[in-house]
Every structure is written in structure tokens, then in C-alpha cells.
Design a protein around this ligand. Structure first.
Ligand SMILES: [Zn+2]
Length: 100
């Protein structure tokens, strides 16, 4: 996914009571169906420089706890969609006959 898609679908900013909360969507596998859960990763006073927020978001996108880069398609994916540190699920099923 592109950084913009990841930011749109996996990063959430909520302004509430004078604070800006930054959350990341985690994909959790339990049984067959993936579930997603928002995890709070940062809190800033509202009115903070948007550049600082963007920097924090970029740091999250590069945090291996949340996202990984597939060496086959070179796409950054949520870590819940990676089957290992460097292989995403779609490449695994397309090129390696791994079935989900
Ligand atoms: Zn891939």
C-alpha cells in the first residue's frame, strides 16, 4: 500500500478535549477472520504544528511493530498482513502457494 493509503486506512487522528490522539489500526488474526483494533500511539496538545504530527505518523509507518515492507512487491503493509518480516500475504499466496 502507498503511504497515503496507509495513512488513510490505518492511522487515525481524533481531536478531543484539547488533545489530538493518534492511533494505529492493528490487524489481529483470531481464527479465520482478521479483526482490527485501534491502538493509541501518541497524544499531542491540539494546535501542535501539523509538521510534528506528520513526523510522528511517518515514524509509525516505519515502525516494524506496526508495518513491514515486503521484499517481493516492495509494498509497505500492516504487520498483520505480513507472514514474515519481509513477505506479505498476497505475495505468499501468489508466488509461494501458501493458502489462507
Ligand atoms: Zn508482497
Amino acid at each position: 500500500m502507498t503511504p497515503d493509503e496507509l495513512k488513510r486506512d490505518f492511522i487515525q487522528q481524533v481531536a478531543e478535549s484539547g488533545w489530538l490522539r493518534l492511533s494505529v489500526r492493528l490487524i489481529i488474526w483470531s481464527g479465520q477472520e482478521p479483526q482490527s483494533r485501534w491502538q493509541l500511539v501518541g497524544v499531542f496538545p491540539t494546535g501542535i504544528d501539523t509538521e510534528e504530527v506528520q513526523e510522528a505518523i511517518n515514524a509509525i509507518l516505519h515502525d516494524p511493530r506496526y508495518f513491514g515492507v515486503c521484499t517481493e512487491c516492495n509494498e509497505r503493509q500492516p504487520s498483520g498482513w505480513m507472514i514474515s518480516d519481509d513477505l506479505c500475504q498476497s505475495c505468499a499466496s501468489q508466488h509461494h502457494q501458501v493458502l489462507f
